[in-house]
Design a protein around this ligand. Structure first.
Ligand SMILES: [Fe+2]
Ligand SMILES: [Fe+2]
Length: 299
């Protein structure tokens, strides 16, 4: 059972991370559908705006309440996020609310922060509203997967990527549902690690597939990351806890550095690719989030 304080802090941290992730998925969908899909583009846009609204509320309550570890993890925003948003919005013509990002860059932790029951009620309501929009997002993304698999739409995102972002949404939904019951999600170590190791491996596959064919060195590294994470998933049940945690942490630190370099390279136009800087920053934040989970699990 989570205490009132833990419920408020963990909810804010989970929402700060995932509301941004969700709205970026919708941004990627919005900008990768073809003109003829005006209704789906509009639906992605509206859902993106809904999550931006929720995120902006979360940010306004988070100041002082969230932990120093969460801020230091660079999972809410990284030093690249603002520049990546500006460039990606200019290049695609789709809107991104950068005011939220600027506010997030100012977030602090205050161990003496005092808040009462009122905040618990507000956060409980925020979680419920997030769950409602999330439900719509999952239905929308599943519809797109179905249309894409039947070749009824042409979207320049892999089917695997659409499934990947939907899995992240489902993971977020399960987390919110447990939080509403004042519990942390119940998962075995391998369930948690396999979820994220799969996610990390798929990021490597996506980057590999979105780099220009001439970027051979970067593509080779992406391929070896994909294999490494695949192996970690296969081996989880066979290895001792300490070993799988250590190996997962090592692999994730390495892919974090790779993603960080790729985001910087993309921003500086030093890498040939068909992904925008915001996609690099997005997967970098997911690695940072996973590293914080790994730190907590390692004790
Ligand atoms: Fe994502
Ligand atoms: Fe992801």
């Amino acid at each position: 059972m989570l205490s009132q304080k833990e419920f408020v802090r963990v909810s804010l941290e989970i929402n700060l991370f995932f509301q941004r992730i969700m709205k970026e998925h919708l941004f990627f969908i919005e900008t990768n559908l073809q003109k003829v899909e005006a209704a789906n583009i509009q639906e992605a846009h509206v859902l993106k705006k809904s999550f931006e609204q929720l995120l902006s509320e979360t940010v306004s309550y988070a100041n002082g309440v969230i932990s120093e570890e969460a801020i230091q993890a660079n999972e809410f925003v990284t030093p690249y996020t603002l520049a990546a948003e500006k460039t990606t919005s200019e290049l695609t013509g789709a809107s991104i609310n950068t005011r939220i990002t600027k506010e997030e860059l100012q977030l602090v932790s205050d161990p003496y922060c005092n808040y009462g029951e009122r905040l618990e009620e507000i956060i409980c309501d925020l979680n419920n509203r997030s769950l409602n929009i999330l439900e719509q997002v999952i239905v929308f993304q599943k519809k797109l997967i179905d249309l894409s698999l039947k070749c009824k739409i042409f979207i320049t995102l892999y089917d695997e990527l659409l499934e990947h972002v939907t899995r992240e949404a489902i993971y977020y939904r399960a987390t919110l549902k447990s939080l509403q019951l004042r519990q942390k999600p119940k998962k075995t170590l391998c369930e948690e690690l396999n979820f994220w190791n799969n996610i990390m491996g798929e990021h490597a596959q996506f980057i590999d597939g979105l780099l220009d064919p001439t970027e051979e060195a970067l593509k080779d590294r992406a391929e070896s990351f994909a294999k490494m994470f695949e192996r970690l998933v296969e081996e989880c049940a066979k290895l001792a806890e300490k070993e799988i945690l250590e190996r997962s942490s090592g692999a994730t630190e390495d892919i974090r550095d790779y993603k960080s370099a790729a985001t910087k390279g993309s921003l500086e136009c030093q890498i040939k690719s068909i992904f925008p800087p915001l996609l690099g920053d997005h997967v970098l934040r997911e690695a940072n989030h996973y590293l914080r989970i790994l730190k907590t699990l390692s004790g």
